[in-house]
Write a protein that binds this ligand. Structure first.
Ligand SMILES: *Cc1c(COP(=O)(O)O)cnc(C)c1O
Length: 395
């Protein structure tokens, strides 16, 4: 049996006529820069993500870059984030000339540890308040602890850029005045950054991204910055870039957005099946640690974080050998991420390599993402679990 990590063909097959019609419509319109398709998607994503405005951009990376530029973050400034995320979270900080400050992640969610963030912000306040933004990452499709992170944002007056590239539609139980309100990724910080890279839950037929915000003034700066800071045309009060979303991508994404809740449900169903299969196989705890859906005590009740499973990541001993075994048995799997950001070669400063983030480093050593896309069949999931069992117990 063949179980790819991700196969986009079944999704394409179900939407092919609509997608071709949308692409043809854009081509025939001869309006190839921004315009109606982009405006419509911006409104739809803003509504979906429960924010007031959407700003379509060229990628998730450019969403982060434009957000940092729109906060005027640059040389001498620091940005607080985690060492366990996709490179772009840090790469964009370095590209604006600022430096990252890393704090370790929580062992269950692998998201920013608010206690560590509080310590870093307190130390920074004593050292002159150079931290100008925080970028929590909603890793694998599960929100960071935004309640505590937004409390820190208010206390230390540091704006929050949510890296929601993997988490469109994920929800966090926010407690306000003794009641719980479910808030969507991208609606809690100053802004949220989304990616439409084809492997994300909502993927384009190429690169694309979106920034959501409910701050009108900030939305205006973002819109100006995605177009070279021109306001009006040919008059530049700031230096932005070409970060525009392509209307072909916008038209395709608009179609796909209508199916997104179903796809999330498919991924969540697959996650539940994996849990049952791993349990039946007697593998839970040792050797396999399953991904946690974090439970938080809110307004007198347990509420769980609504995970959209962009990735289903297990933690295992002998990870590299298991990965090879699965690949030999035609099962796709991947490591997100094999090296923490503070250990990356491009960070020449020795101070980063001397730092230690044990939870992130442990995750880099033993995490393995399994196939989770919505169209997988139950027998494929069963084959994955069976093969993992065979690796550890033989037979
Ligand atoms: C995918 C991703 C990005 C970058 O998005 P692109 O559209 O590929 O530029 C940024 N951060 C995280 C956490 C991501 O997973």
């Amino acid at each position: 049996m063949n179980v790819p990590l991700l196969d986009l063909k079944p999704q394409l097959a179900s939407l092919r006529p609509q997608i071709l019609e949308a692409v043809t419509r854009v081509i025939d319109s001869t309006g190839y820069i921004l315009g109606k398709e982009v405006n419509e998607l911006e409104e739809k994503i803003a509504r979906y993500s429960e924010a007031a405005y959407g700003v379509g951009v060229s990628s998730g990376t450019d969403a982060l870059l434009a957000s940092l530029m729109s906060l005027d973050i640059g040389p001498g400034d620091l940005v607080l984030t985690t060492p366990y995320t996709f490179f772009a979270t840090m790469g964009t900080v370095l590209r604006v000339g600022a430096q990252p400050v890393f704090v370790d992640v929580e062992p269950d969610s692998l998201n920013m540890d608010p206690q560590r963030a509080a310590e870093a912000l307190e130390a920074d306040r004593k050292a002159g308040s150079r931290i100008k933004a925080m970028i929590p990452v909603h890793l694998y499709g599960q929100c960071a602890d935004m309640q505590r992170i937004m409390d820190l944002s208010r206390t230390y007056e540091v704006p929050v850029i949510e890296d929601a590239a993997q988490a469109i539609g994920a929800e966090f139980p926010f407690e306000e005045n003794g009641a719980v309100t479910w808030r969507r990724a991208g609606s809690m910080g100053l802004c949220g950054c989304f990616s439409f890279f084809p492997s994300k839950n909502l993927g384009g037929i190429g690169d694309g991204g979106m920034i959501t915000t409910s701050d009108k003034a900030f939305a205006d700066i973002l819109k100006s910055n995605r177009n070279h800071g021109a306001e009006p045309k040919y008059y530049h009060s700031r230096v932005g870039g070409n970060f525009r979303l392509d209307p072909i991508q916008a038209a395709v994404l608009s179609i796909k957005l209508d199916y997104l809740e179903n796809w999330h449900a498919g991924r969540r169903r697959n996650a539940a099946s994996y849990r049952q299969l791993f349990e039946d196989a007697g593998l839970i705890g040792a050797p396999v640690t399953l991904p946690t859906e974090v439970y938080l005590r809110k307004a007198g009740a347990e509420q769980h974080n609504h995970h959209i499973y962009n990735q289903f990541v297990i933690h295992v001993p002998q990870r590299d050998a298991l990965r090879q075994f699965l690949q030999e048995h035609s099962i796709g799997c991947e490591i997100y991420y094999p090296l923490c950001l503070h250990q990356q070669e491009c960070l020449r400063s020795k101070t980063f390599k001397a730092q230690s983030f044990p939870v992130a480093e442990q995750a880099a050593a033993n995490s393995l993402a399994l196939p989770i896309f919505p169209e997988l069949h139950h027998d494929q999931l069963a084959y994955v679990v069976e093969t993992i069992k065979r690796f550890y117990h033989g037979g």
